[in-house]
Design a protein around this ligand. Structure first.
Ligand code: SAM
Length: 363
């Protein structure tokens, strides 16, 4: 099955993302003009409509009402098409790839997962409480954008293109307290981890967690292996090591994911994996019942949790991700059968959390 999307003439090279960042760094007036033009686009009914459905398979065309001179100058608008997706997160505008970019390298387009993490953390007071934030797979920086600009933040990601967007977004939004570094979570936390003075560090992770029983069924941003846990496992192993460090002992950990399991028994494979790897101390999990289970055609509308077979059937029909829904649905149907036979008939969208092993003080 060939899922690679031809990047086409509007694909923005990673070097162009860097050049745009440099242009904004050199010229505050240009930065302001770019922000103004992006805000006008992001608030327009046409853009909101585009971003909510299948029209986003192609780049957005702002139309003649927007002059777009500054966006053209920094190379983000070409042939009257916007070469990036723009997401509004709190007061910031986050630029990232759209789904038209090659799935092997594109940066995560959607702000909805970080919004779910944020709602979870906000409701529990973690947003106000955190004095440093570590984001295990930061993409263009959606998770950190939910925090005040002066909260020190470290983002890590395996994709250099994500770091390029992260830098562009920092510059665009005038943020100075966040850095990002290249890191494969399978090697653990980056060695530069950090924040010796932080009393209440918060670790966030929305690793790729889509169920992907075959390679290339999902993008780099979403491929979590057969049950969505391949990189969650790596992240929990990294967390377990981090929790041995002084900073790690004080850290709260909030990991978002999908998990197969059994809703009637509230038994979820992701929580069991977390317990087996990190340990039971401080562990809790919460099904995000107010969030739609899966994003299909750009919308999260399915009940959470839900039976696995119909959920995966719906996911296989996602027009943003799959060119050949029948083939994907067949693969998902086989997977659902296998998992049901193993006593896991359900799928949930959940947070697994570890409370700090040790509270507050510095040694
Ligand atoms: C679901 S996206 C989340 C991105 C970002 N947190 C957001 O909400 O926009 C998952 C991210 O994991 C990154 N990733 C994939 N494999 C990784 C690995 N082995 N180590 C670190 N990051 C990885 C991808 O590049 C992608 O940016």
């Amino acid at each position: 099955m060939k899922l690679v999307i031809d990047p086409g003439p509007t694909a923005l090279g990673t070097d162009h993302i860097f050049l745009a960042t440099s242009a904004l760094a050199d010229d505050a007036g240009l930065r302001d003009a770019v922000l103004r033009e992006l805000r006008a686009i992001a608030a327009s009914a046409a853009y909101l409509d585009w971003a909510a459905g299948l029209a986003q398979l192609q780049p957005f065309e702002p139309g003649s009402a927007l002059r777009g001179g500054a966006l053209s100058q920094v190379g983000l608008l070409r042939d009257r098409r916007l070469c990036v997706r723009v997401n509004t997160v709190e007061r910031d505008l986050l630029l990232t790839d759209g789904v038209w970019v090659d799935a092997r390298l594109r940066v995560f387009p959607f702000p909805d997962e970080s919004a779910a993490i944020h709602r979870y953390c906000l409701a529990r007071g973690f947003v106000a409480d955190a004095d440093a934030v570590i984001d295990l797979a930061t993409g263009s920086g959606h998770n950190l954008a939910h925090f005040a600009p002066d909260i020190p933040g470290l983002g890590m990601d395996i994709n250099p293109r994500a770091l390029a967007f992260f830098g562009l977004n920092q510059r665009l939004n005038g943020r100075g307290a966040g850095v990002a570094c290249l890191n494969d979570i399978r090697r653990g936390f980056a060695d530069i981890v950090p924040f010796p003075q932080a009393r209440r560090p918060l670790v966030l992770g929305n690793m790729p967690f889509g169920l992907a029983p075959t390679r290339e069924i999902l993008a780099l941003t979403s491929d979590g292996g057969e049950t969505g846990l391949v990189l969650q496992r790596a992240a929990f192993e990294a967390v377990a090591r981090f929790r041995q460090t002084p900073c790690g002992r004080r850290a709260r950990v909030v990991m978002l994911g999908y998990s197969v399991g059994n809703a009637a028994e509230d038994r979820w494979e992701m929580a069991e994996l977390a317990r087996d790897i990190v340990g039971a101390t401080g562990l809790s999990w919460t099904i995000l019942a107010g969030e739609g289970l899966l994003r299909v055609d750009g919308q999260r509308i399915m009940a959470n949790p839900a039976p696995l077979s119909p959920a995966l059937h719906a996911a296989g029909g996602c027009g943003l991700y799959h060119r050949d829904p029948a083939a994907v649905r067949a693969v998902y149907a086989e997977l659902a059968q296998r998992l049901e036979a193993r006593g896991m008939p359900d799928l949930s969208y959940l947070v697994v959390e570890f409370a700090p092993a040790e509270q507050g003080g510095l040694e």
